[in-house]
Design a protein around this ligand. Structure first.
Ligand code: FE
Length: 184
């Protein structure tokens, strides 16, 4: 894979379609400056501000833009909320589509063939491997991302966090929680 990516990059550079410095800048931006802490801020806001939560579920793209999270790979975001009886899991069966402005770059396992195929065939089994065991009464909904639509899971707020403020709550939200492969 690494060699194929290198080969593709050199052809694109050679033909003048991309500037290597621009590629480095994009990678550095999403690896260093943008990351799951953005999504965590969105989730914490949704937990503490019912009006924001409603806007987020109605139109996530404009709700997250209120917090300044816009840009490439985040043009059309849909937020899906976990409840006592519903668990949401996000995958991109075709490649690795992911809400970059909210979660940064996708983890390696998210891009793997195994996750991409099995998340839709056996979501309960995949979740178990991530250490997530859900009761039979909990429905699992799998969302297949595309180049147009990216998903953000709003995990359930952990018990015993009533006293925490928004910033403290955000530290409890994990990247996997927002993909649906972890509970908080
Ligand atoms: Fe994709």
């Amino acid at each position: 894979m690494h060699l194929r990516v290198k080969a593709l990059e050199s052809v694109l550079v050679e033909k003048g379609f991309v500037d290597p410095a621009a590629l480095d800048a994009v990678i550095e931006l999403y690896a260093e400056k943008v990351g799951p802490k953005n999504g965590a801020q969105v989730v914490a806001r949704a937990w503490t501000d019912p009006a924001f939560r409603a806007r987020l579920l109605e139109d996530a793209t404009s709700a997250v833009a209120e917090l300044g999270f816009t840009g490439s790979q985040g043009e059309h975001v849909v937020a899906v909320e976990n409840t006592e009886t519903l668990h949401n899991l996000v995958v991109c069966t075709l490649c690795s589509c992911y809400p970059w402005p909210l979660l940064g770059l996708p983890p390696v396992w998210y891009k793997s063939n195994a996750y991409r195929s099995r998340a839709v065939i056996d979501p309960r089994g995949v979740l178990k491997e991530f250490g997530v065991e859900l009761g039979e009464q909990t429905e699992i909904r799998v969302w297949d991302s595309t180049a147009e639509v990216r998903y953000l899971v709003i995990p359930q707020r952990p018990a015993g966090t009533q006293a925490l403020d928004e910033a403290q709550l955000a530290t409890r939200v994990t990247r996997n929680g927002m993909i649906g492969t972890a509970l908080l």
